[in-house]
Design a protein around this ligand. Structure first.
Ligand code: CA
Length: 220
């Protein structure tokens, strides 16, 4: 999943970016409101982490503009403003959650999973497809009872396909969701990951829909 991190504090921003990248997320970091607004108009994100006190454009007005144009990208506000009126304004302004700084990365990750489950209408914490089971919180995958070791990238790619196993996802969409602004990507990177996933999960695990993209296939 690709995340837009909107944060003007360099220490907090770089810490969050590194922590989230380590978890397998692609993270674009915008340091002020106008850059964030531009990124939101040009890229489709799975989630926005939004600081409120920002140079140029305040986080709340950025959020208001996003919702005005019916963009329902999930937004979690991350801010030092801990007053009840601030929290109410943030949530009523269209945020999906509100987290007060300082917070632990683990709590943010758990809240991100909650927001994502709610958005996809799931109450269960694991994803299943045939005999394949995936645990987004623990980054673990099983086929029947056997655990399959995956790299962070392989896991992130499989997660993108598992969110809606019936949907075909193009190579371009996968690249956009798995790689951020400053990450080098070769033209065959996605194919290489798909190849490795098939070796681990079964040759038919991921189907190639010619000229369109990839979708979940069959698990032996
Ligand atoms: Ca700030």
């Amino acid at each position: 999943m690709r995340i837009l991190l909107v944060e003007d504090d360099t220490l907090i921003g770089s810490g969050l970016q590194q922590g989230l990248q380590h978890e397998g997320f692609a993270v674009d970091w915008a340091r002020e409101g106008n850059a964030a607004a531009l990124a939101l108009r040009t890229t489709s994100y799975g989630l926005v982490l939004l600081d409120l006190g920002l140079p140029e454009q305040d986080g709340l007005s950025l959020l208001a503009r996003l919702r005005q144009r019916h963009d329902d990208t999930p937004v979690i506000i991350i801010t030092a403003r801990d007053g009840v009126p601030d929290r109410v304004a943030g949530l009523d302004g269209g945020a999906d959650d509100y987290l007060v700084k300082p917070f632990a990365l683990d709590e943010l990750l758990a809240r991100m999973r909650v927001v994502h489950r709610r958005q996809t209408g799931r109450s269960r914490t694991t994803l299943e497809f045939g005999s394949l089971r995936l645990d987004p919180a623990r980054h673990r995958v099983w086929v029947r009872e056997e655990e399959i070791p995956l790299t962070t990238r392989e896991f992130a790619l499989l997660l993108e396909l598992m969110h809606d196993p019936g949907v075909v996802v193009s190579r371009e969409q996968l690249e956009e969701r798995l790689y951020g602004w400053n990450e080098e990507i070769e033209s065959n990177t996605i194919q290489v990951h798909i190849h490795k996933l098939r070796r681990k999960l079964g040759a038919k695990a991921i189907r190639n829909v010619r000229g369109v993209g990839y979708q979940m296939g069959e698990i032996d």
